[in-house]
Design a protein around this ligand. Structure first.
Ligand code: SF4
Length: 261
């Protein structure tokens, strides 16, 4: 049975227009997101980002690096100790367990604590290696490909999913945890614009199209937005709204909290 596309028929055009609007408003502030050039660093950074806002996981990253200057030191550390280091960042037990399993899997797959061998693989095999590692989804794998390996991929995080549903680029029935959704969106964005649009969408989700209280009244993409699932109050004032069907608000519950997964 053939599955219907998660995209609306005019998605490509909408994405191109959105790209222009967000680029004008935010200008691709890549440094703000703090992604890493080394693929192993980036993978750990992405694991720390799960269901946490940018400021918190940036601080958690700094604490982790201060406590464990090498990944070998983190590999040797007891899980309980890692949990204490990660405590302020949220989901500390889950993330400590995932990091231990992740590093053990990297060592098994690569023979050392390095993902440098990915440089020699093309996109699809590199993505397969990454998604087999504990803690990395398609989004996480594509972040490593994009930021550390310079590949023209389009990671779809929680911000992107929420915004594109509200805009009407995605069908209401679209499901985040389907590979077809990640692939269809990637195909719909020009390779040369994937990185910039991804960055601008993350920033838009952090500053304006917030999970619970989107600030539609001052939104640079307002003219292109169907505001699916957004209440009238939020359109006018940004003080109250409903969450689009199928989109969970994850994180600490604050309207300003934006999951990166
Ligand atoms: S108009 Fe509102 S719902 Fe649409 S993208 Fe902007 S902030 Fe989000």
């Amino acid at each position: 049975m053939q599955m219907s596309s998660p995209l609306q028929p005019n998605a490509r055009k909408q994405l191109a227009r959105l790209d222009r609007l967000l680029q004008r408003a935010y200008g691709t502030p890549e440094a703000l997101l703090g992604n890493k050039a080394d693929p192993l660093d980036e993978a750990v950074y992405i694991i720390l980002s799960y269901q946490t806002d940018l400021a918190r996981f940036g601080e958690t990253w700094s604490r982790l690096r201060a406590a464990y200057p090498s990944w070998e030191a983190l590999e040797r550390a007891p899980q309980r100790q890692i949990e204490r280091v990660l405590r302020e960042g949220g989901l500390h037990r889950q993330k400590a367990r995932t990091l231990k399993r992740f590093l053990a899997s990297v060592r098994r797959a690569a023979g050392s604590l390095s993902l440098d061998m990915l440089h020699g693989l093309s996109d699809a095999p590199a993505e397969r290696v990454l998604t087999r590692l504990p803690g990395l989804s398609w989004k996480g794998a594509r972040c490593v490909l994009l930021y550390s390996l310079g590949r023209a991929v389009f990671p779809v995080d929680g911000n992107t999913f929420r915004i594109l549903r509200r805009l009407g680029v995605l069908r209401r029935s679209a499901i985040y945890r389907r590979r077809s959704l990640h692939d269809a969106l990637q195909d719909a964005v020009q390779p040369a614009r994937r990185k910039a649009l991804h960055i601008n969408l993350v920033v838009h989700g952090q500053r304006t199209c917030l999970p619970v209280t989107p600030a539609c009244f001052r939104c640079p993409a307002r003219s292109a937005c169907a505001m699916v699932g957004v209440s009238l109050e939020a359109r006018k004032t940004g003080v109250a709204t409903t969450t689009p069907p199928g989109t969970r608000s994850r994180g600490t519950g604050s309207g300003a909290t934006n999951p990166r997964e």
